[in-house]
Ligand binder design. Structure first.
Ligand SMILES: Cc1cc2nc3c(=O)[nH]c(=O)nc-3n(C[C@H](O)[C@H](O)[C@H](O)COP(=O)(O)OP(=O)(O)OC[C@H]3O[C@@H](n4cnc5c(N)ncnc54)[C@H](O)[C@@H]3O)c2cc1C
Length: 353
C-alpha cells in the first residue's frame, strides 16, 4: 500500500539540494505501485513528476503542484542470447550499479559511463554520455507506463528517438510515460579509450587496459573533477553539466575559430584544445565550457551562494543555501554573454521543474 504524503520538500531528493514542496509525494517500488500512484493522481486530476536520483533537475523554490513520485523500481534480470547478453534493470536501480554489474562480468560498452549519478530510467531518458560512450549504444528496449492511461508498453531502441543527450521521453513524449525498466544488449569485449582525458591517463601504459582499469580510471578522473556523487565521491551540489555542448554547422566553425583565437590571445589558456569535434554529419560539437570561459565565466566564480565549480566549468553549483532563482539567473547571464559574443545559444541540460 503506497503512502501519499502531503507538502514534502523536494530539495533533499535532489543533488542540487534546491526545491520547494510537492503538494503530494510517494515512493514506488514496483510497476504495480507505480500504476496505483498514477491512477491516484489521475483520480484527483493532478500532474505527476517523476524523481529518480535527482541529479539532473533544478526544482523551483515554489516546489511542484501535483504528485512527485520517487521511482525506486528495482530488479535485475539477465538472459543469454547468442553472443549477447540481455540485461534488464529496474528504472529505480542506480545507474552506476548497472555499469559495475556489466564491467564485473566482462561486458564492454558502458565502462566509460562509470560514476554518472542517477537511476537507470533517467539515464535512458537523457541518453547520458561521457568519455566517448553513451547509453544508446548499449540500449535494446524499455518498458514504459503511460501516465494518463496506466497502459504498459515496450519500446524498442529504434522507437526511442535517441540522439545526443536526448530521447522521445525528453522531447515529443515528454511527460507522457514513466520508464519502468530498461534492457541493455551487451557482449564481452575490450574497453573504449578514445576520449582525451582517458588517453592521457593511460599514455604511459605498455599494455592495453582492461575493463575494470578503465572503469577505475573514469571514477578517479570524475572524482578529481568533483563529478562523482556515488561511492562517497568528492562532489558538489549541482546537476553536473548545466549546459549541453552545442552542435553548430560547418560554416559556423570557420567564424568561431578566429573569435576564439582572439579571446585566447588576450587571456591565454581559456580554451584549451581540443574544443571542437567534427560529427559524422559534418557539423561540429563545441565545448560549452570553452565558450563559457571565453565569455568570461571561469571555474570557481561565485555570486553569493551560487557559482561555477572550481573543478569543472560547466557545473553550476549551490555553494550554500542557494535558491533555484539564483541558479537560473546565473544561467541566464551566461547564456546572454555567450550569445552576444559568439551568436550561439547554450541549451540547459537539466530539467527545470
Ligand atoms: C555530479 C554530476 C555529474 C554528472 N555527470 C554526467 C555525465 O557525465 N553525463 C551525463 O550525461 N549526465 C551527467 N549528469 C547528469 C545526470 O546524472 C544524468 O542526467 C542522470 O541520468 C539523471 O538521473 P536521475 O535519476 O538523477 O534523474 P532525475 O534528476 O531524478 O530526473 C531527470 C529527469 O528525468 C525524469 N525521470 C526520472 N526518472 C524517470 C523515469 N523512470 N521515467 C520517466 N522520466 C523520468 C525526471 O522527471 C526528470 O525530468 C551528472 C550529474 C551530476 C550531479
Amino acid at each position: 500500500m503506497i503512502q501519499f504524503k502531503e507538502n514534502i520538500i523536494i530539495a533533499p531528493y535532489t543533488v542540487f539540494k534546491i526545491g520547494g514542496p510537492a503538494d503530494f509525494f510517494c515512493e514506488v517500488k514496483n510497476k504495480e505501485e507505480l500504476k496505483e500512484a498514477l491512477a491516484w493522481a489521475n483520480g484527483k486530476g493532478i500532474k505527476v513528476f517523476i524523481i529518480g536520483g535527482g541529479s539532473n533537475i533544478l526544482v523551483s523554490d515554489n516546489g511542484f503542484r501535483g504528485l512527485a513520485i520517487l521511482n525506486n523500481i528495482k530488479g535485475i534480470l539477465a538472459v543469454l542470447r547468442g553472443d549477447f547478453s540481455e540485461i534488464t534493470f529496474g528504472a529505480g536501480e542506480e545507474w552506476d550499479d548497472f555499469v559495475n554489474y556489466a564491467v564485473e562480468r566482462g561486458f564492454a560498452g558502458v565502462e566509460c559511463l562509470s560514476g554518472i549519478p542517477g537511476k537507470v530510467g533517467a539515464a535512458l531518458m537523457q541518453n547520458i554520455g561521457a568519455y566517448g560512450q553513451s547509453v544508446d549504444k548499449a540500449f535494446a528496449r524499455a518498458t514504459v507506463i503511460d501516465i494518463k492511461t496506466g497502459e504498459e508498453r515496450i519500446f524498442q531502441k529504434e522507437e526511442c528517438g535517441l540522439s545526443y543527450r536526448t530521447s522521445r521521453f525528453k522531447t515529443t513524449d515528454r511527460g507522457r510515460y514513466v520508464i519502468a525498466d530498461v534492457t541493455f544488449s551487451l557482449k564481452s569485449g575490450d574497453p573504449m579509450v578514445s576520449y582525451h582525458d582517458l588517453k592521457s591517463y593511460f599514455i604511459d601504459g605498455s599494455k592495453k587496459p582492461i575493463l575494470t582499469e578503465v572503469r577505475n580510471a573514469v571514477l578517479e578522473i570524475r572524482n578529481k573533477k568533483g563529478m562523482l556523487v556515488t561511492g562517497g565521491g568528492n562532489f558538489l551540489k549541482s546537476a553536473g553539466s548545466f549546459f549541453v555542448n552545442p552542435i553548430i554547422p560547418k560554416d559556423a566553425i570557420g567564424k568561431l575559430r578566429p573569435l576564439a583565437a582572439a579571446c585566447n590571445a588576450s587571456n591565454p589558456n581559456q580554451c584549451k584544445e581540443p574544443w571542437s569535434w567534427e560529427q559524422k554529419d559534418g557539423r561540429y560539437k563545441i565545448s560549452a565550457a570553452c565558450l563559457m570561459n571565453l565569455a568570461g565565466f571561469e571555474k570557481g566564480m561565485r555570486t553569493g551562494s551560487v557559482g561555477i565549480s572550481s573543478y569543472h566549468t560547466l557545473a553550476l553549483v549551490n555553494y550554500g543555501e542557494a535558491t533555484a532563482s539564483e541558479v537560473k539567473n546565473l544561467a541566464l547571464e551566461i547564456q546572454k554573454a555567450v550569445k552576444e559574443k559568439f551568436g550561439i545559444d547554450l541549451e540547459i541540460e537539466p530539467d527545470i521543474i
